[in-house]
Write a protein that binds this ligand. Sequence first.
Ligand code: NAD
Ligand code: SER
Length: 316
Amino acid sequence: MEKILVTGGVGQIGSELVMALRKVYGAENVICGVNRTKPEGELKESGPYEVVDCTNAQQVADVVKKYKVDTIYHLAAILSAVAEAKPNLAWNVNINALYNVLEVAREQKCAVFTPSSIGAFGPSTPLDNTPQDTIQRPSTMYGVTKVAGELLCDYYFKRFGVDTRGVRYPGIISNVTLPGGGTTDYAVEIYYEAIKNKKYTCNLPAGTFLDMMYMPDAIKAAIDLMEADGSKLIHRNAFNVTAMSFDPEIIAAEIRKIIPEFKMDYNVDKVKAEIANSWPNNMDDSAARQEWGWEPTYDLASMTEDMLKVLKEKLK
Ligand code: NAD
Ligand code: SER
């Protein structure tokens, strides 16, 4: 990897991945691709950024050629809750934009990292210890686009030899950029509210178990997979990766170990609850562990300690 483009570069994952990649590969070698929102602060000052609306194939091609990009981290997407509200937009961004990126990658010989999601599973999937290879009949537009995206990336590798790779991320918890309209957003908001108000109204019901991961592990997964020996990869584009699984009661109890007065009640969002219900309770990520050495660093306790410490400073 010498020249890298990150699409969706100001999003929840992109804003931290760009900075991490700049530390590893040199700031001038990592281009932050943005749609409408411009980067700010260190993200803007530390390296190049370009407007890359991925639904516009020419814009993607122009930036790839201008910088002689050889690797694209394609993070531009519409997340699950927004996708249910705007299915047309979700199809256009999650499918047509991915197609554009893959076509440019084929022409310009770029490697491509594309995240899939726990959303690529559905109600008929075994929801406990969800296997790497299993039934995928999602009931959401987000899931439909994620399964199609996994298949499209596999196709570009098999048919055209494009070096496509990807993971199925669980809910990502972070403290730099707020999440962009997903079903797992509660697990970020709860920490902000714990610091700000010592109480939180949760929009998923108690007992909703979902896979989750702290951002440093999500970044590590992306970079480690792209650095892995390609000849050892069997599942190139849709590795299950997880770090922990919890429901709202368990994360609240963990926060109470540090903020004993923290209180939580519920106002359930029916759409999000139904989506969450159709997703795994916990995934089997042994294929990622075996094929490229995936191992998360943070568990719920260490993540909670770090989140609350960072947010206490940030929200002062
Ligand atoms: P996000 O919503 O925070 O960021 C996505 C970015 O894409 C936004 O900045 C948005 O402006 C941009 N975008 C939208 N349309 C675009 C277009 N046409 N051209 C260029 N950019 C466009 O999302 P995220 O959480 O950073 O997710 C990144 C990827 O990881 C997505 O593929 C998502 O499905 C996947 N993922 C995320 C999570 C999570 O919990 N954050 C979990 C599983 C999978
Ligand atoms: N966090 C994401 C969402 O809820 C999972 O893909 O949409």
